[in-house]
Design a protein around this ligand. Structure first.
Ligand code: ADP
Ligand code: MG
Length: 239
């Protein structure tokens, strides 16, 4: 156990360092972006180069932001929250964009109870990443169906089904691998973040997909257990 402890302490320092570096990169990026915009407004001849610089800066910023979500160290706060509510507010957030892309998001809560012990913002991040992936897989519009149900008294099942492009079985194996993306503007960090967060919640993700048919993401989370969980509530450490 001594060795294990040392190993997790090391991870914690590495995690903190990574978060620190990511954070420090953002400030100079903001300065750079500002000056590029300033130059762009007074130099009419080179517009396309400024546009490239700006979009590349935005890309660095996106990667750093996603990385920051992953590497946030320190204590986290787990609470009893209703997953159906979290999903509903996430759908409300993404609905305007979905409408513009001719995508209809349908949410069905077939569960008796959908309370879990969780860090709400992190679960919301998972749902945002997964719904966005579904939307990006349907460039010509379609339906995205979310269903929440109880597997049994212990487990909650969240199913997110899209009618998008799907992935091949070779690609399916690589989902969640850092920087694996098939999109020209993708980071390939979204699913990795989802796996990390769901694993931290003692849950599981299983994805199935069919090229040209669509993709189904299944999330399993342990339901909140009144008696057992009150004792161990609130103190959870990240690596
Ligand atoms: P990104 O969205 O930045 O590419 P992700 O980690 O979110 O990174 O996803 C990695 C890859 O997995 C995507 O580039 C895509 O090829 C595939 N993928 C994920 N979700 C879906 C989906 N719902 N439908 C089709 N492909 C998907
Ligand atoms: Mg994504």
């Amino acid at each position: 156990t001594d060795e294990l402890l040392i190993k997790s302490e090391k991870l914690s320092v590495a995690g903190q360092l990574a978060a620190g570096v990511a954070h420090e990169i953002r400030n100079p990026l903001t300065t750079l972006r500002g000056f590029v915009q300033l130059l762009q407004s007074s130099d009419k001849g080179n517009q396309k180069y400024y546009d490239i610089m700006l979009s590349e800066l935005d890309r660095i910023n996106l990667i750093v932001s996603e990385f920051l979500i992953l590497s946030k160290p320190h204590l986290r706060h787990f609470d009893r929250k209703d997953v159906a509510n979290i999903l509903e507010s996430t759908v409300a957030l993404l609905d305007p964009q979905a409408n513009m892309q001719n995508i209809r998001i349908e949410m069905n809560n077939d569960s008796n109870s959908s309370f879990v012990n969780c860090e709400e913002n992190h679960l919301k991040q998972v749902f945002i990443n997964l719904i966005k992936n579904g939307m990006e897989a349907m460039p010509n519009g379609g339906n995205l169906k979310i269903t929440v149900r109880n597997v049994d008294a212990q487990q909650l099942h969240i199913e997110i089904v899209d009618e998008g492009v799907g992935v091949s079985s070779e690609q399916l194996k690589r989902l969640g691998e850092p920087f694996f993306t098939t999109k020209s503007t993708g980071t390939g960090l979204g699913l990795m973040i989802c796996y990390k967060i769901i694993t931290d919640h003692n849950g599981k993700i299983a994805i199935t997909s069919e090229i040209g048919e669509g993709t189904t993401v299944n999330i399993f989370l342990p339901l909140y257990q009144e008696v057992k969980q009150e004792a161990e509530e609130k103190l959870h450490y990240v690596e």
